[in-house]
Design a protein around this ligand. Structure first.
Ligand code: NZQ
Ligand code: ZN
Length: 391
C-alpha cells in the first residue's frame, strides 16, 4: 500500500426532507449572502428550489439566483457567475442539482477569490482557496458532492477539463434520495454507470497489497449490481435509491482509492465524447470502459480476472486467466446494456470519422504533450485503437 493522507471534511446530511436544513447549514458555515446555482429547470419544476429559498429565508439569509447550468457545464456561465458574485457581495455558493450544477458552482467559488482567469485551475493549478460551497444533490452520479474536483468545458476550443483542490470540497452536502425519484430512467442509468466507473477507475491499479480498498470497491460494485436493476424496474423505490446515492458518494470521496495508483484513462477518453457530442457523461463511459479495459487488460490480467470472479461471479480459469478477465469485461458490458446504456459509437451518436479529431483533442488539446497517463500511459496510436474498439 502506498503512503497517503485522507482528509474529507464534508458534512453529509442524508435522508428524507433534509433539504429543509439548507438555511441552517449555510448559517453554520458563516454564509450571509448566497448564490443559488442550478441547472435547466428540474429543480424549479419539482418545487425543490422554492423549499430551499424558504429554508434560507427562515434563517434571514439573503440570496441571488443563477440557473441555466447545462449538463457538461460551460465556461461562459462560470464567468457570468463570478461577475454576479462579485457585484452582489456573495459569500456562499449553494449548488442545487447534479454534478453539472455542483461543478459550475465550484468553478465560480474558486474564480471569485482568484485574481487571474479561473481556467488556470483547469490547466492544472491546484485550488486551495474558494468561497465555501454547499450542495443539495438531485442525481446520484458524479460524486461531486464529496469530491475536491470540478469538470468544465471551455467553449473556446471545446476542451473538457478537470480541476482539483481542497478549496472546492463542499462544506456540506444534503443527500435526500427521494429527490432522485423524478429522474428519467436514462439519467438514472447514466448515474449508475458513472458511479461504477469511479469504482473501476480506482480498482484498476498497479499497486499491490491493497486488500482493504479492493474489498470496499467490490462491495460497492456489488451494491450497484443489486440495486441498479431494482431502481430501473421501480423508480420510486426509496431504499434502492438511498443505497445507490450513498454508494455514489462513497465511490468518489476517495475513501476507497487511498494508498493505491488509480487509472482514469476511461474518464479522460470519455470526456472528449461528451465535449464533442454533448452526450451524457455516464452514457459515454458505458461505451468507453469496455474498450479501455479490453486494451489495458493484458497489462495486469490477474486484476481484471479478480474483479470478474469477485463481482461478476465468473469461474476462474487458472490456465487461461485472460479468458476469465475477458468474461468479466463482457459481464459488465452486458449489465450496462441491460439498464439501457448504449453499447457503441452509433448508439451514442458518435462518428468513426471523428476519431482523429477526438484523439487530437485528447492528446494535444489545450497544451497536452501527446499522451494521457493512468494505469497505462497512452499515446495517440493507443487512443486511436481504443476509440476504434468502440465503433
Ligand atoms: O439541468 P436540470 O434541469 O436540473 O436537469 C438535469 C440534467 O438534464 C437532470 N436532472 C438532475 N437531477 C434531476 C434531473 N431531472 C429530473 N429530476 C432530477 N432529480 O439530469 C441531467 C443531468 O444532470 P447533470 O448534473 O449533468 O448530471 P451528473 O450528476 O451526471 O453530472 C455530470 C457532469 O459531472 C461531471 C461530468 O463530466 C459531467 O460534466 N463529473 C464530475 C465529477 C466531479 N466533479 O467529481 C466526476 C465525474 O467523473 C464527472 O466527470
Ligand atoms: Zn465520472
Amino acid at each position: 500500500m502506498n503512503n497517503f493522507e485522507f482528509y474529507s471534511p464534508t458534512r453529509f446530511v442524508f435522508g428524507k426532507d433534509t433539504e429543509n436544513e439548507a438555511g441552517k447549514l449555510v448559517k453554520q458555515c458563516g454564509g450571509t449572502k448566497v448564490l443559488i446555482h442550478y441547472g435547466g429547470g428540474s429543480v424549479v419544476r419539482s418545487g425543490l428550489l422554492d423549499r430551499v429559498k424558504k429554508s434560507l429565508e427562515a434563517e434571514g439569509l439573503a440570496y441571488v439566483e443563477l440557473g441555466g447550468v447545462k449538463p457538461n457545464p460551460r465556461s461562459g456561465l462560470v464567468y457570468e457567475g463570478i461577475d454576479l458574485c462579485k457585484k452582489e457581495g456573495v459569500d456562499f455558493v449553494l449548488a442545487v442539482g447534479g454534478g453539472s450544477a455542483i461543478d459550475s458552482s465550484k468553478a465560480i467559488a474558486a474564480g471569485v477569490v482568484y485574481d487571474g482567469d479561473f481556467w488556470d485551475f483547469y490547466q492544472g493549478k491546484w485550488i486551495d482557496k474558494a468561497l465555501p460551497v454547499g450542495t443539495i444533490l438531485t442525481i446520484a452520479a458524479a460524486g461531486s458532492e464529496g469530491s475536491g474536483d470540478s469538470v468544465i468545458t471551455k467553449e473556446e476550443g471545446n476542451y473538457k477539463r478537470g480541476a482539483t483542490g481542497e478549496g472546492i470540497r463542499p462544506k456540506f452536502s444534503i443527500l435526500n434520495p427521494a429527490l432522485t425519484q423524478t429522474l428519467p430512467p436514462y439519467q438514472t442509468a447514466c448515474g449508475i454507470t458513472d458511479i461504477m466507473a469511479h469504482l473501476y477507475e480506482r480498482y484498476i491499479t498497479s499497486s499491490t497489497d491493497v486488500e482493504v480498498t479492493d474489498r470496499l470497491i467490490e462491495g460497492l460494485l456489488l451494491t450497484m449490481v443489486h440495486e441498479g436493476p431494482r431502481v430501473i424496474a421501480d423508480p420510486d423505490n426509496y431504499e434502492a435509491r438511498a443505497n445507490i446515492m450513498w454508494a455514489g458518494t462513497m465511490a468518489h470521496t476517495n475513501s476507497c482509492g487511498v494508498g493505491r495508483n488509480q487509472d482514469w484513462n476511461s474518464h479522460n477518453i470519455e470526456h472528449e465524447l461528451s465535449a464533442l457530442y454533448d452526450c451524457a457523461h455516464g452514457a459515454g463511459l458505458a461505451v468507453t470502459m469496455p474498450a479501455v479495459f479490453t486494451y489495458e487488460m493484458p497489462r495486469n490480467v490477474m486484476r481484471f480476472a479478480q474483479v470478474a470472479v469477485r463481482v461478476w461471479g465468473c469461474q476462474m480459469d487458472f490456465e487461461h486467466p485472460e479468458v476469465t478477465a475477458r468474461a468479466g469485461i463482457e459481464a459488465f458490458r452486458n449489465f450496462l446494456i441491460s439498464i439501457g446504456m448504449p453499447k457503441n459509437f452509433e448508439e451514442l451518436g458518435a462518428k468513426e470519422e471523428d476519431i482523429p479529431k477526438l484523439v487530437e483533442m485528447l492528446c494535444r488539446g489545450d497544451g497536452r504533450d501527446g499522451t494521457i497517463s493512468g494505469f497505462m500511459t497512452l499515446n495517440e496510436e493507443d487512443c486511436t485503437k481504443i476509440y476504434k474498439l468502440m465503433v
